[in-house]
Design a protein around this ligand. Structure first.
Ligand SMILES: Nc1nc2c(ncn2[C@@H]2O[C@H](COP(=O)(O)OP(=O)(O)O)[C@@H](O)[C@H]2O)c(=O)[nH]1
Ligand SMILES: [Mg+2]
Length: 343
C-alpha cells in the first residue's frame, strides 16, 4: 500500500484525488562523512555517553538551581519540616499554589520526608509505563512546540538515544518556516550520522512528513522523528498546518503519528502550561518533554505541568549536547528535590 502511494506521488502527483496529500518534492540526504560537517558551537561538543554518571546524579544536576534556592529558606537539612515552610519551598520552586494545596491537604504541622515524598510522587500519576519492546515499526513521532522551546535539539537527543539503543533513525525537517531550522537539523543529522528528509524553506511541511514516513517504511527504519514549525503568521495557520501534517502522517502509514510530543521550555515554569494547552487543543498531545531544566530554579513547575495537563512527562533536557536527555522518573525527581531539605 505504501509503495502504491509513493509511486503515484512521484509519477503523477496531479492525479492524486486527495488534496491533503503533499505534492512537493523533498530531498533525501544520507549522512555525510565527519570531515564534511560544519558544526555550530552548540553542536560541536563531543557526542559521548558518560556512563559513569548515574541517573540519580542527572536529576540532582537538573534540580541544582531549584535546590540551591531552597537554602535561603531551609539552610540546614532536617528530619521534620513545618507545613508553612514546605509551602514556601514549593512556591519558590514555581509549583502552582493550587497544586501545593492539593498535595499537602491533611498533612500534619511537622512533615516527614516520607509523608511529603508520597504526596509529591502522586502528582505524577500520569507517568508513562511504555513497553519499548513492542513499538510499531517505524515508530513515528511528531515534535511540537513553540520556537526556541528546544524541539530541534531534542530531536537530536532522541535520535542519539535511539541509535545508542541499536535502532535506526530518520529525521524529517518539518519546520519549513525558517531556513535556519532546516539547516540546524541537517547539521545534527550529519553529526549523528542519520538520514534526513528535507525541502526548501516555505515548502509544504506535510510533504516532508509524508516522504520521511514512506522512506522509513521502505528502508525498514525503526524510528522517524519529524520536526514542526512553532510559529506561523497566525495561530489559526499553525493549527491548520499541524492538523494537516497529522492527517498526512496517517495517510503515509496507518496509525501515524504514533506519538505527538510537546516540547516545553522548563525556564518558563508555569507559563509553559498555557502553551501546552493551546497545542493540545490543536492536535492532541501524548506526552511532554521539558527542556532546559539545567538552567532554571523552576523545577517545581514539572508537578503543575504533569498534573494540570494530565499528561506524562517522558524526558527532561539538561543541556545542549546530544547526551543531555534523561528519562523522567517521578521517584528520582522527588528524591533529588527532597535531598536538598531533608536528612
Ligand atoms: N541549557 C539547555 N539548552 C537547551 C536545551 N534544549 C535546547 N536548548 C537550547 O535552546 C535553544 C533553542 O533550541 P532549539 O532546539 O533550536 O529550539 P526549537 O526552536 O524549538 O527547535 C538552542 O540554543 C538550544 O541549544 C536544554 O535542555 N538545556
Ligand atoms: Mg527548531
Amino acid at each position: 500500500m505504501f509503495g502504491i502511494f509513493k509511486k503515484k506521488k512521484k509519477e503523477e502527483p496531479q492525479n492524486l484525488e486527495n488534496s491533503d496529500l503533499p505534492k512537493e518534492k523533498t530531498d533525501i540526504i544520507p549522512h555525510e562523512r565527519e570531515q564534511d560537517v560544519v558544526v555550530d558551537a552548540g553542536i560541536e561538543q563531543e557526542v559521548k555517553v558518560e556512563e559513569d554518571i548515574s541517573t540519580k546524579s542527572f536529576f540532582t544536576r537538573a534540580l541544582e538551581k531549584t535546590v540551591d534556592n531552597f537554602k535561603s529558606i531551609v539552610p540546614q537539612r532536617k528530619e521534620k519540616i513545618e507545613f508553612d515552610t514546605i509551602e514556601e519551598l514549593l512556591i519558590e520552586a514555581d509549583m502552582e499554589y493550587e497544586i501545593i494545596e492539593k498535595a499537602m491537604d491533611g498533612l500534619p504541622n511537622l512533615i516527614t520526608r516520607d509523608q511529603l515524598r508520597h504526596r509529591l510522587v502522586m502528582l505524577f500519576e500520569h507517568a508513562p509505563d511504555i513497553d519499548t519492546s513492542s513499538l510499531p515499526r517505524p515508530f513515528i513521532e511528531l515534535i511540537i512546540g513553540v520556537n526556541g522551546a528546544g524541539k530541534t535539539t531534542t530531536i537530536a537527543k532522541l535520535a542519539h538515544m535511539y541509535k545508542e539503543n541499536g535502532n535506526s533513525v530518520i529525521l524529517g525537517a518539518g519546520d519549513t518556516f525558517r531556513a535556519a531550522a532546516i539547516e540546524q537539523l541537517t547539521k545534527w543529522s550529519q553529526k549523528l550520522e542519520v538520514p534526513i528528509i528535507k525541502t526548501k524553506q516555505g515548502h509544504d511541511p506535510s510533504a516532508v512528513a509524508y516522504d520521511t514516513i514512506t522512506s522509513a517504511v521502505a528502508k525498514n527504519i525503526d524510528h522517524a522523528i519529524i520536526d514542526t514549525a512553532g510559529r506561523l503568521q497566525t495561530q489559526v495557520g499553525l493549527a491548520n498546518e499541524l492538523k494537516k501534517i497529522v492527517k498526512v502522517c496517517g495517510k503515509a502509514c496507518t496509525g501515524a503519528p504514533h506519538q505527538k510530543l510537546m516540547i516545553l521550555d522548563g525556564t518558563q515554569g508555569n507559563t509553559a502550561i498555557a502553551q501546552a494547552r493551546a497545542f493540545n487543543e490543536m492536535v492532541g498531545i501524548d506526552g511532554i518533554i521539558v527542556t532546559k531544566l539545567d538552567g532554571t530554579a523552576k523545577g517545581g513547575a514539572l508537578f503543575s505541568i504533569s498534573n494540570q495537563l494530565e499528561l506524562p512527562i517522558f524526558y527532561i533536557g539538561i543541556g545542549e549536547k546530544a547526551t543531555d536527555l534523561i528519562s523522567f522518573s517521578p521517584d528520582e525527581f522527588v528524591d533529588s528535590l527532597l535531598d536538598g531539605i531533608y536528612k
